[in-house]
Design a protein around this ligand. Sequence first.
Ligand code: GLN
Length: 309
Amino acid sequence: MKVGTTDYQKILNQIQQELSQAEVSGKVAAYIPELAKVSPEKFGMHLYNLEGENYCFGNSEERFSIQSISKVFSLALAMKIIDSDLWKRVGVEPSGARFNSLSLLEDNGGIPRNPFINAGALVVADVLVSCFSNPKAAFLSFMHELTGNSTISYDETVAASERSEGYRNFAMANYLKSFGNIKNDVEEVLDFYFHQCSITMSCKELSQAFIVFANKGNLLDTDRQLLTGKQVKRINALMLTCGFYDEAGEFSFEVGLPGKSGVGGGIVAVHPNHYAVAVWSPPLNPKGNSARGMAALERLTTLTGYSIF
Ligand code: GLN
């Protein structure tokens, strides 16, 4: 079913109206001190489709900390470089555990269950640190290529804030290193990881960046192929099965799209061959995913009657 041009804006307006009035459950992430300063009232959404049309409401053009959404971009860059060798070091199975869980590493011999839990993203970060002499610059230039927007950058204050309280990620990286699944200096890998998570983007920018996953790896404006169809298929599959950690089943059940969340309160979801959509609302549910963001995307696929299923 094709959703008419005018319907998307009408549906987004309805979502804004319904959910702005609803009580906001959840708590803004506080374990990264800088994130605790963000207003819980922020709420924005932006949908960008393959026709190049934009639909939005609220704080859709305000930048926020993308946090774990960055794991999709780092994975895409690593797959461009090493692909099959990557899967010897990180799995492709849902973890059924929290995003920052250490427990599954012991039984899996230091191979993280998937690239979207922190342990897996640290291995991906290690791959990028191995591949580039200046990984932070290389990652930003990939982001600029993907978005056509050279203003996208790291937020040094957020990166330093996460580092200052990053005991768990330090433990995780050291634990991975003890299994030989971090090749570089742990400090360097974590520095890269904290920086990738600190990138700030708006819902508008995120939906435009994710359109490549809806468009078989092609950039929309230039039609240039950035990722192969196979890479995009795999990344979308991982977003569907692992993008929300121990809530991936729930997201699939309620929304029915591949997607990825971050503790900054952002969620991006993709409808292959149709659109990419981003939503931002900082209060998180107990699983670390934006409570209102999940509800907004559930309304989107319910009101359009249209998901991948
Ligand atoms: N930088 C955050 C962390 O490592 C990312 C977590 C997230 O967004 N789920 O804890």
